[in-house]
Design a protein around this ligand. Structure first.
Ligand SMILES: *[C@@H]1O[C@H](CO)[C@@H](O)[C@H](O)[C@H]1NC(C)=O
Ligand SMILES: *[C@@H]1O[C@H](CO)[C@@H](O)[C@H](O)[C@H]1NC(C)=O
Length: 470
């Protein structure tokens, strides 16, 4: 029997890199079955309907110098890893990871109260997922709402190996091998560089570390701009992503009814000129900065509106009615580059998804070979995409969202989430029921036939064989 199993195991039509692993796993199963020891990683029938447990989640105390993400994840009793990588242009990025406990059998996961298990006893490995936060945000976005709603926790519960990105300029990525944050050259980037350099490097790092052929991708707001800039520029990354979920994507902008946002777009060029003349390269969402800007940029009768617009841009109009937020919002928000902000203002003004306009003929020609910045070619985005749009999104309108859906070649789901605004995709306390659970279902149905699921099938077969033997 064993010999026939070895032969069978050697016949997997898998990619050669996976194949070694697969054969190994298969042989382990075969051996375990042969010795009569129980086989792990075998499908168990799905359990009860998923439900959100009602235990209140308490915010842990945060010491100023500690890493907020690690604190939050540890406090929720999940495993956490920190990874550091350097991009080709020298930015040092920190990644957070909630590893799939089943991949580390020497450290078995602590027994869980069955009441708290959302996805039945089927806690098997389902894939590797990368979460990319939006403007002014870090990986903390995906854990701050706690294990009940936080996307990272829910995905981990469902059997995903969860990686969270922190992009250049943010709280966890303020180092460069050559440049310091005090130098303006450090801040010489927008979502274009974040997508084509940071996200590319992060995906490659994760694939190398985990030996997986693809990742799942979830981006919120700028996290989607990053992805589409990457795919339009380096389409080979289509092959490295299984499925992408876009939450409140910032791609097509400019048709919102919101008067503050419209006014902001109108002021983009003036704001850029002012910030450049003041040599402000980094935008910290602090009250002082808002005051400074409203004093310089805003004048006369537009003052109130202008100040309000800056507050809107800088995130302080977040619905703070829930008790979690007032304390934590200042810890969450993180710097961006001036260019990042201005780039989005340009997208609103032009209603095009295009590269940064340097507002200087010579620089544009030098960078792009043409006077106008080139548009991103969205027909190069070929991977399956699911779009989520909140009906109360004050930044992107339903028109913007529908336009994106029409431009993309491979949209699998277009979900309009009732009563959600732009920022609710991170901070809502109803995230699990409204969004997260659907993401799990979407990923569930686009599951790759990768090494572990194949091995599971083999284990099933062997188990049956084994039972027959007895
Ligand atoms: C966009 O990309 C597609 C596929 O690569 C190509 O056929 C098309 O010509 C491109 N469009 C533009 C305007 O460059
Ligand atoms: C995911 O799929 C598995 C079967 O492959 C099923 O047992 C589970 O309930 C699904 N979960 C969700 C949230 O759809």
């Amino acid at each position: 029997i064993l010999r026939s199993m070895v032969v069978a195991c050697g016949r997997f039509p898998a990619h050669y890199v996976q194949r070694g692993l697969l054969v190994l796993q298969c042989l382990q199963c075969a051996l375990a079955a042969f010795n009569g020891t129980p086989v792990d990683k075998v499908d168990v029938p799905p359990g009860a309907q998923p439900s959100t447990p009602a235990t209140p989640w308490k915010r842990p105390p945060i010491a100023y110098d500690r890493d907020l993400v690690i604190e939050l994840v540890e406090a929720a009793d999940y495993p956490i890893e920190k990874h550091v990588l350097t991009t080709p242009d020298g930015y040092i990025l920190k990644l957070h990871r909630i590893p799939d406990p089943l991949q580390f059998p020497e450290e078995p996961a602590a027994p869980v109260d069955p009441e708290l298990v959302r996805f039945g006893p089927t806690n098997r490995f389902r894939g590797t997922v990368l979460l990319v936060p939006g403007l002014f945000s870090t990986a903390a976005d995906f854990v701050v709402t706690g294990p009940e709603n936080g996307l990272a926790f829910v995905l981990a519960d469902a059997g995903y190996d969860v990686w969270m990105a922190n992009v250049r300029g943010s709280r966890f990525a303020r180092k460069n091998v050559r440049l310091s944050v005090a130098q303006s050259e450090f801040w010489d980037f927008s979502f274009h560089e974040i997508g084509t350099i940071d996200i590319a490097a992060i995906i490659d790092y994760i694939l190398r570390e985990t030996n997986q052929p693809k990742v799942f991708y979830v981006g919120h707001n700028q996290g989607v701009s990053d992805l589409f800039a990457l795919l339009a520029t380096k389409p080979r990354y289509n092959r490295k992503i299984q499925h992408a979920v876009a939450l409140a994507p910032l791609v097509y902008l400019g048709t919102t009814e919101n008067r503050i946002i419209r006014r902001a777009a109108e002021l983009t060029d003036r704001l850029y000129a002012t910030l450049r003349s003041l040599n402000v390269n980094e935008i910290k969402p602090s009250p002082d900065f808002v005051r400074l800007l409203s004093g310089t940029v805003c004048s006369g009768d537009t003052n109130e509106l202008c100040a309000e617009m800056l507050r809107a841009f800088l995130g302080s109009t977040v619905d703070r009615s829930r008790n979690l937020l007032p304390v934590i919002v200042d810890d969450l928000l993180s710097s961006i580059s001036t260019r990042q902000l201005i780039h989005f203002g340009q997208l609103m003004q032009t209603r095009k998804f295009q590269q940064f306009d340097h507002k200087n003929h010579m620089i544009n020609v030098q960078r792009y070979g043409q006077a106008k910045p080139p548009e991103y070619n969205l027909s190069r985005v070929r991977l399956p995409v699911s779009l989520f749009h909140g009906t109360r999104d004050f930044v992107t309108s339903i028109k913007d969202a529908q336009r994106l859906k029409d431009e993309l070649k491979n949209v699998k789901h277009f979900v309009e989430v009732p009563n959600m605004n732009h920022i609710d995709f991170v901070y809502s306390d109803k995230l699990y029921g409204l969004v997260t659970r659907q993401i799990i279902e979407i990923f569930n149905t686009s599951h790759p036939l990768h090494v572990f699921s194949l091995a599971n099938i083999v284990c099933e077969r062997i188990k049956i064989l084994d039972q027959d033997k007895h």
